[in-house]
Design a protein around this ligand. Structure first.
Ligand code: NAD
Ligand code: MG
Length: 392
């Protein structure tokens, strides 16, 4: 039996992970499931899988969770309880909490030496070197789950990383890709939250429209695979069939293709190093007929330019970038600022924190440093959002 835990089991990735596990119930022993406010669903998942413990991030909902759980399943609440659950003995942990809240529990699993399937890209953006050094120390394996990174991971199997010349990460362009530039400022959270191809959580869907998701992914690729920033390219590809391409020094390019269904990448990480049959739709190129590609327009998507600044500045800039982005997204979702204000807010925060020296750390970075930088960047971003909303 493979002992598995799922952090963020009530979300989009979490539910897809559970659906794969449900297809082979005799093979898995579910240890911990964690969620947020949706304790009814969390309790149902725990009951169905026979999990040992269910944890909500919300202490005020602990009573409700306990009431909803069958006898024999432990309940707990709060961020620390989630990290403790993540560190329980297991063979495989899925990191699928959204946002920087996923960092500490993922790190706890890694420090316990558990293989971590990483959907939470924020972990590597905010604390890549720290996370990788802890994994090297404990012997934990990190398996990428983001579809593009799973694609690169698969294209690199059996290859010498030194023979990689470039990496191309594709992007659908998100919900607003065909909007005239001058209308982007008026886009509502509902309009930005309708992804053309992927069914995902609301936050990553809006991040796809702003291309902040792709910006995070470029940084994630640099951190995880160690590619030089100038070797990472982004390509707009409306159909989301080609997930990434890896070009080698001999001119050969390996592309990874498949219908947009996260169960492939999740299942690949679950079965790794084996390949097993997965219940995903098979690719039918004759039916699709045509695939399109074009370069990204950085006037439309300034987040891509900001990603390069983050990689060039290094230090704690990734932590600041992610936190400022999260706070800017909060402000947009609350209708406090406009869609196009998000990039402006993030850029302002990065420039301020660079000028003050707050993000320009050299040498070892601790989890405390990352969390402090995260808090400082969020506060600055909230301030910038308030100022912007007052000038409207
Ligand atoms: P989601 O919003 O659907 O689910 C998020 C999960 O995290 C839920 O279980 C929620 O209860 C939990 N959560 C939210 N805030 C929390 C907090 N403060 N503390 C603890 N738990 C909290 O998100 P999702 O789309 O499943 O994405 C999860 C992660 O996977 C994100 O990092 C996202 O970028 C990444 N990812 C998602 C997809 C996708 O297809 N959905 C693809 C690639 C990467
Ligand atoms: Mg992705």
């Amino acid at each position: 039996m493979k002992r598995v835990s799922i952090l963020g089991s009530t979300g989009s990735i979490g539910q897809s992970t559970l659906s794969l596990i449900a297809g082979r119930p005799e093979e898995y022993d579910v240890v911990a499931l964690t969620g947020g406010r949706n304790v009814e669903l969390l309790a149902r998942q725990a009951a169905e899988t026979g999990a040992a413990i269910a944890v909500t991030s919300e202490p005020d909902l602990l009573g409700q969770l306990k009431d909803a759980l069958p006898a024999g399943i432990e309940a707990a609440a709060g961020a620390e309880a989630i990290a403790e659950a993540a560190a329980r003995p297991a063979d495989w942990v899925m990191s699928a909490i959204v946002g920087a809240a996923g960092l500490a529990p993922g790190l706890a699993a890694i420090e316990a030496g558990t293989s971590l399937a990483l959907a939470n890209k924020e972990t590597l953006v905010a604390a890549g070197p720290l996370v990788l050094s802890r994994a090297a120390a404990s012997g934990a394996t990190i398996l990428p789950v983001d579809s593009e990174h799973s694609a690169i991971f698969q294209a690199l199997r059996g290859e010498d990383p030194a023979a990689v010349e470039r990496v191309i990460i594709t992007a659908s362009g998100g919900a607003l890709r065909d909007w005239p530039l001058e209308r982007l400022a008026e886009a509502t959270p509902e309009e930005a939250g309708r992804h053309p191809n992927w069914a995902m959580g609301n936050r990553i869907t809006v991040d796809s429209a702003s291309m902040f998701n792709k910006a995070l992914e470029v940084i994630e690729a640099k951190e995880f695979f160690g590619f030089a920033p100038e070797r990472i390219e982004v390509l707009i590809h409306h159909e989301s069939i080609v997930h990434a391409l890896v070009g080698f020094v001999d001119g050969g390019v390996m592309a990874h293709l498949g219908p947009p269904d996260m169960r492939h990448a999740i299942g690949h990480a679950l079965d790794w190093p084996d390949r097993r049959t997965l219940p995903v739709e098979r690719l039918d190129l004759a039916k699709i007929g045509q695939l399109s590609f074009r370069p990204p327009d950085e006037t439309r998507w300034p987040a891509l330019r900001l990603a390069r600044d983050v990689m060039a500045r290094g230090g704690l800039t990734g932590a600041a970038f992610n936190a400022a982005k999260e706070a800017a997204l909060d402000a947009f979702l609350a209708r406090q600022v406009r869609f196009t204000d998000m990039a402006h807010i993030v850029e302002t925060v990065l420039d301020e924190m660079d000028a003050s020296g707050e993000t320009s750390r050299r040498g070892e970075v601790s989890l405390g440093d990352v969390l402090d930088t995260d808090a400082a960047a969020r506060a600055r971003a909230r301030g910038a959002a308030t100022r912007l909303s007052q000038t409207v």
